[in-house]
Design a protein around this ligand. Structure first.
Ligand SMILES: Nc1ncnc2c1ncn2[C@@H]1O[C@H](COP(=O)(O)OP(=O)(O)O)[C@@H](O)[C@H]1O
Ligand SMILES: [Mg+2]
Length: 244
């Protein structure tokens, strides 16, 4: 390496350290997620079903929050609202102190679903890269990050496997890597172990919590599993449309 390229390398390290410092300051100033008085009613035919009445939730940088609630209590509805995939009837939502705009979603948050939602025709690496594709071009840096993430979730030897050639636990690990691909500030996970056996589910939760902790990514985890919920910084329950 020439002296010039070495010093420009140092400069870029300094710059990226600066930008990390700056984003940490911003994250400390504004909560990662601020939902205030969200309400949601579904209308089907003549029926009105009020699922969320008055849900407020603030999540700080790096914090993990779990949400438990009976089946049908509105947990998935809430996750969809927090992800900006559906609109509330009332209330406000902010991501990192700014608007929860669809154009910011791919940068800001990662989502993990119960049924993995991998693209069947794409191998593990391509599925992880889908997150980056949504943001723009995929280059060597993105490929190398996706490989790194797959290695971190224990799938370094499975990058060319299709979802059908992976076990349930392995598929969810691919989904975890995809959720973290863009370095989000927040991961929303909706019953990520709902389709897994107990042992596999425990391992996936350990991995999810560990990765979020290591990267200081905030987490909202919807789960039926009391032990998984208790591992989060702040365990909450959703009951009769209210979070508490
Ligand atoms: N798109 C929809 N249209 C009408 N009703 C819905 C819709 N989505 C969910 N519901 C109803 O809203 C309630 C909450 O659903 P959901 O948020 O999926 O609950 P949970 O994830 O806690 O099991 C359920 O009674 C469900 O039937
Ligand atoms: Mg649900």
């Amino acid at each position: 390496m020439t002296q010039d390229s070495a010093s420009s390398g140092n400069l870029s390290v300094q710059r990226s350290a600066l930008s990390v410092e700056r984003s940490a300051t911003v994250a400390a100033a504004a909560p990662v997620l601020a939902a205030r008085s969200l309400a949601k009613t579904y209308l089907t035919g003549t029926q009105r079903l009020q699922v969320l009445r008055d849900v407020s939730l603030t999540v700080l940088a790096g914090e993990s929050v779990s949400i438990r609630g009976e089946s049908g209590s509105g947990k998935s509805t809430l996750i969809n609202l927090l992800a900006g995939l559906d609109a509330p009837d009332a209330g406000t939502l902010e991501w990192g102190g700014g608007p929860a705009a669809a154009g910011r979603r791919a940068d800001f948050l990662g989502i993990v679903f119960q049924s993995f939602y991998l693209i069947p025709e794409m191998d593990a690496l391509a599925n992880v890269l889908m997150a980056a594709r949504i943001r723009g071009r995929i280059g060597a840096a993105e490929r190398s990050r996706a490989r790194e993430l797959l290695a971190k979730v224990g799938l370094g030897e499975r990058t060319t496997h299709l979802p059908a050639q992976l076990s349930g636990g392995e598929r969810q690990r691919v989904a975890l890597a995809r959720a973290l691909m863009n370095g989000p500030q927040l991961v929303l996970a909706d019953e990520p172990t709902g389709n897994l056996d107990e042992h596999t589910g425990d391992a996936v939760i350990e991995l999810l919590l560990g990765l979020c902790r290591d990267t200081r990514t905030a987490l909202v985890l919807v789960t039926h599993n009391a032990a998984h919920a208790a591992k989060c910084d702040r365990p909450l329950t959703l009951h009769e449309g209210v979070l508490g």
